[in-house]
Design a protein around this ligand. Sequence first.
Ligand code: KG4
Ligand code: ZN
Length: 348
Amino acid sequence: MRVLGIESSCDDTGVAVYDDTEGLLAHRLASQVEVHKPYGGVVPELAARDHIRKLMPLVKAVLDEADCGLDRLDGVAYTAGPGLTGALLVGAMAGRSIAWARDIAAIGIHHMEGHLLSPMLDQDDLQFPFLALLVSGGHTMIVDVVAPGEYRILGRSLDDAVGEAFDKTAKLLGLGYPGGPAIAKAAEAGVPERFRYPRPMTDRPGLDFSFSGLKTSVATSVSDVELNPQVIADVALAFQQAAVDTLVIKCRRAFDLSGRQTLVVAGGVGANNLLRQRLKELTDQHGWRVAFPRHEFCTDNGAMIAYAGCLRLLDGQRSDSALDVVARWSLEDLPPIGANASAATAVD
Ligand code: KG4
Ligand code: ZN
């Protein structure tokens, strides 16, 4: 089964070709960072227009790189939600049109399922069940991945996502967009303990998160301070420390509560080196395992959509409605993936 994957839920256009026997044949990403930079955040209408411009040239480039004509594809998978409706529609329409023209199967994929399964692209020894920490610009959740397609949300952010907190804090500090990498970079020059921020909701039981208070604490702490480069670095360091500590405390709690032995980290914030290092230390200490997708698969990409699509298409699932994008969609509402899915193994 050879599947073209299309991701266009937010501000990255991602395209890939995944083959269940040969693995990932090609993948490319067109970032919209420059488009949204002047606005300090993603502008939905501009995102949709840029996907329109970039998508088909990217599909052509990826097919060329994979040395795969349209006639060699068995199916098309596109992100059907959650995300920005206009942006989602671009990928869905392109994907469904290609599938219709070639008379092959099409399937709409849940963006977060793509992230959840993305470590499988590299780590073919990963066994279900496992825990997943999903940390992106729009979501923060800890999920019990019982089996492919069977997801239980154990905890989630009640307000801002952790990536959003990175982005808003960076904006406050004048570090620009996207905030995560900018904060991480600025933190390298920071002096520890000059600022200290709370670890929200870690003093009460449960696995939910809240990050909007953390962002407010940062705003309050710098309200009467001159923002010179050293102060910015010190704040970035303290913020990153607080955000990462909070995530690590909840992950530890999730291991204890669930009895699972493996944690998979996915989503853009999974690219954060401090988070990676701290989770590695935690899991090494307890004999648990943590798996990270490679950096390029942590952020939005087409490979994860092609992979998840391949699993579902192999299972005989299809999306038959005309256009099925959904801005809001719970992971827990997905149909399970049957026994046939295990035939799709990961190859580097
Ligand atoms: O998963 P993703 O690419 O897109 C969404 O679906 O949201 O995640 C983007 C988020 C942004 O908030 C960005 O600031 C954050 O991931 N991010 C990081 C890092 N790289 C990206 N956050 C912290 N540290 C990083 N190195
Ligand atoms: Zn994402």
